[in-house]
Design a protein around this ligand. Structure first.
Ligand SMILES: [Ca+2]
Ligand SMILES: [Ca+2]
Ligand SMILES: [Zn+2]
Length: 653
């Protein structure tokens, strides 16, 4: 039969298209599951004790680290783990005064390696090289944050002296020989730092820890918290409060400002001078919105936002709203805010920075971007990358451009500014509770494809009601996408990390407990039972699909997890607001870009600093140039703010 001997192109594609890969093997592996399977028998599952340490050791001054912790990443770490470790460090920097710097000879440092599981010692043991293991399946941000909280001096939440007031340990349901994992510490030796018991701590066991059967080992005294304990998303408020108290933190090192406009002082923001109109703090606006964003869906009408009424302004009027003075350290920022546009179609919102230096003591406006988009009846999330290097303010400029009358205006709420990079892509899923409840199991929805800075196109595949066998879960996979005619990419795709984040829409960026998973493309990985490279060109290993606009493209196999987050957790906190969920994506791999620094010239000697950042195989090398009289005047700290794992010293050019 000639038809079979000469299959069409689509037949070939069908035969070769690869199936999805689950990084967890379809299981929600907590730290303790991973370590148990690895055959480890550590104290409380993931704590390493040294000889000098008894279980009751006091976490006092001598066990504390300096607030900037020297670290070293050992070569055997998985590449995805390295990227996630850097992301975990970024959360510490955003939410606490704890910072990390690559080890450069300090007496004590944390050496991160790939052991058989996830574990750490508690506190600074003063042993020189103190090891912390991020093994297979430990490459989740909360797992890494959890192990570093141990290293910083914290025990598990349910080992507090007062835990019996809050949870009941079901001793007869604990696996034989594992009972010691449920010991407590006396309150004369372990301090809870004046913070109430926290069911939502990321240092709490889950209800099923070390069980021998199917019944929970930990029963919360308040039943509603039964499925809250064991969260592995992000630091809870109390986790951060304890960290702040132990380390005398005053603020996050990369955090700059946050405002939800709930207080009349509008967080120290000011009305610009010399414009014709003002922004006004209101609870609702003619023409919309009827409610602010911070309190959307909670206490209707109770919240406030800033509004520039283009309905009442004259054509050509502008209104400036300026942040308080801010002092950058890194020199790059991410501004994010919610924006409701009920103005005329041609009215604009523009973002500027007002920068202050010797030549401009009163500040000089620099245009950053115009916020696009026609009026829409919803609050929309926007991100704007800034690059302020000196003292500055962020400036929102509203302009009534159109001459026609319009009822509404421009509105702002929940502004956050931090010295971090912005996510690259926003995917908003409307009516998300409904989508979760009404999508059949094993049915996927897809984000629009998005192309990262380096030219690869990604897509998130989401199963709102889980893949086969995972009802009540969200399953999430990253896919590569290519279009006919795409050129310039290298296949199989080498070492690109994609992060899929379900955003906790808490108004304050430091209180967000977003849920995220990152995966990295390994160009050497073969699909199981196949000679095909998993991350090869989607035109070769994927399937052809038709986009909503009728255009066609090819989608490669998915790589992710069936157990991204449970429905129960997705319906908690502010993951869904105004009915909608927001996924943030980053096809992120270049930590270099932000590191390149130039220390300003003073004199004749030129020194260069070479660092190998992020992923080895990306071969992204950054060079920092320092022109100073002596090498001692070249500061490593100023250029090493996000942390490299490997670098060479300053040397003469
Ligand atoms: Ca508000
Ligand atoms: Ca004004
Ligand atoms: Zn632990």
């Amino acid at each position: 039969m000639t038809v079979l001997l000469l299959p069409t192109y689509s037949h070939v594609r069908l035969l070769l298209s690869l199936t999805d890969y689950d990084v967890d093997g379809g299981r929600d592996l907590d730290i303790f599951d991973i370590n148990e399977e690895a055959g480890l028998n550590l104290v409380e599952g993931d704590i390493v004790l040294d000889e000098r340490q008894t279980r009751n050791s006091i976490i006092g001054d001598e066990y504390r680290w300096p607030t900037t912790i020297p670290y070293y990443m050992e070569d055997d770490l998985e590449i995805n783990a390295k990227g996630v470790i850097l992301k975990a460090f970024e959360q510490y920097r955003l939410k606490s005064c704890i910072d990390f710097k690559p080890w450069s000879g300090e007496a004590n440092y944390i050496s991160i390696f790939k052991g058989s599981g996830c574990f750490s010692s508690v506190g600074n043991r003063h042993v020189g090289k103190q090891r912390l293991s991020i093994g297979t399946n430990c490459d989740r941000i909360a797992t890494i944050e959890h192990e570093f909280l141990h290293a910083l001096g914290f025990w598990h939440e349910q080992s507090r002296a007062d835990r019996d007031d809050y949870v009941k340990i079901m001793w007869d349901r604990i696996s034989e020989g594992k009972e010691h994992n449920f010991n407590t510490y006396d309150d004369t030796t372990s301090s809870s730092l004046g913070v109430p018991y926290d069911y939502s701590s990321m240092m709490h066991y889950s209800k099923n820890a070390f069980r021998n059967g199917t019944e929970p080992t930990i029963v919360t005294k308040i039943p509603a918290f039964s499925d809250v304990i064991g969260q592995r998303m992000e630091f809870s408020d109390s986790d951060l409060l304890k960290l702040h108290r132990l380390y005398n933190c005053t603020q996050g090192s990369t955090f700059l400002d946050s405002c939800d406009f709930e207080r009349e002082n509008i967080c120290g923001m000011v009305q610009g001078q010399g414009d014709k109109a003002d922004w006004v703090r209101v609870a609702k606006a003619a023409g919309g919105p009827d409610t602010d964003y911070s309190n959307l869906g909670k206490c209707t009408g109770s919240g406030y936002f800033m509004h520039f009424s283009t309905g009442t302004a004259n054509t050509g009027d502008t209104a400036l709203l300026e942040s308080r003075l801010l002092y950058p350290i890194r020199g790059y920022q991410c501004l994010q805010f919610f924006y409701y546009n009920s103005a005329g179609a041609s009215d604009t919102l523009k973002i500027y920075v007002r920068e202050y230096d010797k030549a401009n003591p009163n500040g000089k406006l620099r245009f950053i971007k115009t916020i696009d988009g026609s009026p829409q009846e919803l609050w929309q999330l926007h991100h704007v990358s800034l690059d302020a290097k000196t003292k500055f303010r962020v400036v929102f400029e509203g302009t009534k451009v159109g001459s026609g009358s319009s009822a509404g205006g421009l509105s702002l709420d929940d502004i956050n500014l931090s010295e971090t990079t912005c996510p690259e892509f926003i995917w908003r899923v409307k009516n998300f509770s409904h989508v979760m409840d009404n999508t059949p199991a094993n049915t996927a929805i897809y984000s629009p494809p998005f192309t990262s800075k380096e030219g690869y196109t990604f897509q998130m595949k989401l199963y709102p009601n889980g893949t086969e066998g995972y009802p009540g879960e969200l399953s999430a996979y990253a896919n590569l996408v290519a279009r006919e005619g795409d050129t310039g990419q290298k296949w199989p795709c080498p070492w690109k990390q994609m992060t899929m984040m379900l955003m906790d829409q808490n108004p304050h960026i430091q209180k967000r407990m977003s849920n995220q998973r990152s995966v990295t493309t390994d160009p050497n990985m073969k699909a199981s039972g196949s000679d095909q490279f998993f991350w090869d060109d989607p035109r070769k290993v994927g399937v052809e699909v038709t986009d909503v606009d009728g255009s066609k493209y090819f989608r490669g196999p998915g790589y992710g997890t069936a157990v991204y987050i449970t429905h129960l957790r997705a319906k908690s906190r502010d993951f869904i607001k105004g009915g909608d969920a927001i996924f943030l994506h980053a096809g992120d791999n270049s930590y270099c870009r932000r590191e390149v620094g130039l220390i300003l010239p003073v004199s004749v000697h030129v020194y260069v600093f070479v660092c190998y950042a992020c992923m080895y195989a990306c071969v992204c090398v950054c060079v920092c140039v320092c022109m100073q009289r002596s090498v001692d005047q070249c500061s490593i700290d100023t250029v090493m703010t996000t942390g490299h794992h490997n670098y060479t010293k300053w040397s003469r050019l």
